[in-house]
Design a protein. Structure first.
Length: 173
């Protein structure tokens, strides 16, 4: 009897934790941009400066867009890294963080696609439900990072700092 009660209590806690947003978002840590390298003797740009210039040329290569099965299938076929953002329109953290996440991905310096997938909300369609089931999503505000082959390489749940998002996205390279 005691074990049954303990099991039911534990099951209730796990169920409740999986149904809502964290009550308090994690604090956001600002990123300090890298300092430019000093010019090499003779006025030639350093290797770091050349790399930085090449990265600037690619700035803004990432995209953020709502889910559609056709877009998702096309990106998987095109061998580009994808971040699936399982979002709920009723989640205050999702709504507050969406502009920041969108900005981070759109300012990324390589070709990566972030797709916002409606999860368990009033906008969720059947294709989104199937995708959530395929990736075993049980909680909104989940990010699934897919490499160019469509293989999951990382998954995060809950609020993260800007630095953490950059690290996770850059790991897709």
């Amino acid at each position: 009897m005691k074990n049954s009660i303990r099991f039911l209590a534990l099951a209730a806690i796990v169920t409740l934790l999986g149904q809502g947003c964290p009550l308090v978002p994690k604090p956001q840590t600002p990123i300090t941009p890298p300092q430019p390298a000093a010019p090499a003797p003779g006025g030639e740009p350093t290797v770091e400066k050349k790399d930085e210039a090449m990265m600037e040329e690619k700035k803004g290569a990432g995209t953020y867009e709502p889910y559609s099965k056709a877009k998702y299938d096309a990106y998987v076929a095109a061998d580009v890294p994808i971040v699936l953002y399982f979002y709920a329109n009723w989640c205050p953290i999702c709504r507050a963080e969406e502009p920041e996440v969108k900005k981070i991905i759109e300012e990324s310096n390589f070709d990566v696609r972030m797709i916002r997938v409606n999860y368990n909300d009033t906008d969720t369609d059947e294709d989104e439900k199937k995708l959530a089931k395929e990736f075993r999503i049980t909680y909104q505000h989940t990010f699934v990072y897919l490499d160019g082959d469509g293989k999951e390489i990382n998954r995060t749940i809950g609020a993260r700092s800007e630095t953490q998002y950059h690290t996770d996205i850059n790991a897709l390279r």
